[in-house]
Design a protein around this ligand. Structure first.
Ligand SMILES: C[S@@+](CC[C@H](N)C(=O)[O-])C[C@H]1O[C@@H](n2cnc3c(N)ncnc32)[C@H](O)[C@@H]1O
Length: 363
């Protein structure tokens, strides 16, 4: 397969896009470029593996009706958060102050919280109780934007974050690098409210211009089973979860726990598929997408340029996908994009060095 090179220059400042980290997140500027170059001039953009909602946000920014789906609860909360920010910072902070009162009431009623040790080891006990209160109150009230902001400050070593010193992407304590005896302030109680307020203020510093009258839909649905009833999707843009190269539940296990998902291993069995299962899933998807799209509908896939075994022989993933898609889609363009180390959420992940963009047209 011949690849053209992608020329995406610069990064558009957009703090809504970085509400909270997500492994395997697409570069927003690449998505913006894909939309401008390949999407139908109007209509709907659908991302069936929507993760943190990068395609949804860029689609919304560009004036499209957007639909996303994913099976990971954290991805759903984050996407709904990005799709539903308050209209401005003042309105958001006024609403947050109301929730502060409800959180305080929750704290008065719940003196003890049951938390497993692998979670409690990340927090000062008073901070932990507050984090439990805030996550429960915000979840109960479906406050996805505030909840996403809270998940974005859940763990890291900086003062604006809530945990003991730990990494920001996947949750690992950094107690060896920052021992308590040398850094006692990093182990003190951290009040949630002022940190959440500061995070929200940061988000509104570089928020893009958005049209709130445009429809945005996010579903917790399996991409292999997702059906659109009564509407056609002109453009699909997505990056599927190929071959266990990233583990979406394990790397978000702490955030998932606060969202009520305790068994992250079980979740990873369905959202981080291995080789054979991935290709079976993609067969189902192409078949579904064919039914959802009009003739000549556009389907853009962003995948790793990895070598794999398929039907007993070695192939590159993009070649297998073109083969699987053939009854429904023909390939009309392909691009390659190297991934520099600084862009990886899981540093040192050596499996995926390049990403490939495959642009299909529905038959
Ligand atoms: C590469 S990530 C997508 C990242 C996204 N483009 C972003 O920018 O954040 C793949 C996503 O597919 C989701 N996923 C895996 N299997 C799925 C399935 N069968 N149905 C729906 N979503 C699935 C994972 O939870 C993960 O969020």
């Amino acid at each position: 397969m011949d690849f053209k090179s992608i020329e995406v220059i610069g990064k558009s400042p957009n703090s809504l896009d970085s509400l909270a980290p997500y492994v395997g997140k697409m570069r927003p500027e690449l998505v913006d470029w894909l939309i401008k170059k390949f999407a139908y001039p109007q209509g709907t953009i659908y991302d069936p593996f929507s993760g943190s909602g990068t395609v949804l946000l860029e689609g919304w920014k560009n004036g499209y009706h957007v639909i996303g789906s994913d099976l990971n609860e954290y991805a759903i909360v984050l996407s709904k958060g990005k799709m539903n920010p308050y209209i401005n910072e003042q309105v958001a902070l006024e609403k947050l102050a109301i929730y502060k009162t409800r959180v305080n009431r929750w704290l008065l009623r719940n003196r003890e919280v049951q938390v497993p040790q692998w979670v409690s080891q990340f927090y000062h006990p008073d901070t932990l109780r507050e984090v439990c209160a805030w996550t429960r109150v915000l979840r109960y009230n479906k406050e996805w934007f505030f909840l996403s902001c809270l998940l974005g400050i859940l763990h890291h070593q900086r003062p604006g974050f809530l945990s003991y010193p730990s990494s920001h992407g996947a949750p690992y304590l950094r107690t060896n690098k920052y021992p308590k005896e040398d850094y006692p302030d990093m182990y003190e109680y951290r009040e949630v409210f002022p940190r959440l307020e500061a995070k929200i203020a940061r988000v509104y510093k570089k928020i893009p211009r958005l049209d709130y009258s445009i429809e945005r839909e996010v579903y917790k649905k399996d991409a292999t089973k997702m059906k659109m009833i009564g509407k056609l999707v002109e453009t699909i843009i997505t990056s599927p979860p190929y071959m266990k190269s990233l583990t979406y539940a394990r790397d978000n296990r702490l955030r998932l726990w606060f969202l009520g998902i305790e068994d992250w291993q079980k979740l990873d069995q369905s959202i981080s598929p291995d080789r054979n299962y991935f290709f079976e899933e993609m067969k189902c998807c192409f078949k579904n997408w064919y039914k959802m799209q009009p003739p000549e509908g556009i389907c853009v896939l962003v995948v790793g340029n990895l070598e794999t075994k398929y039907k007993g022989e070695k192939h590159k993933i993009p070649d297998v996908l073109v083969e699987i898609a053939r009854p429904y889609y023909c390939l009309f363009d392909s691009y390659i994009d190297p991934i520099p180390e600084k862009r990886k959420v899981v540093k040192g992940n050596t499996k995926v060095k390049q990403e490939v963009v495959l642009v299909f047209r529905r038959r």
